[in-house]
Design a binder for this molecule. Sequence first.
Ligand SMILES: [Zn+2]
Length: 100
Amino acid sequence: MSNVIVVPAPPATALPHDDSGPHDSGWCVRLEWPDGSHSMAGWSRAQAKALRRAEKMGQFWAAGPTRPRRIMVVQISRHDWRLHARRDFCRAPDCPGHVG
Ligand SMILES: [Zn+2]
């Protein structure tokens, strides 16, 4: 049972094989909190891995007093994800996975 939403990659582009540069494409878990903020957790190159992580996070948070409103797997470059990690509980509307 899962309530994880996968936000598909914008245009289907192949992931580079061994490019470890800053714009490395990959996936992370986006957690949306009841107060309207969000955080991006656990970057990985493989979507399947990000999905498993999202499932685990969902199970973890389901037991807690504060639950994310929504858990999503979104495509984001490693570079952007690292930048985002510095601002936890972000409210920017232009982050990957934003829905109205
Ligand atoms: Zn953000």
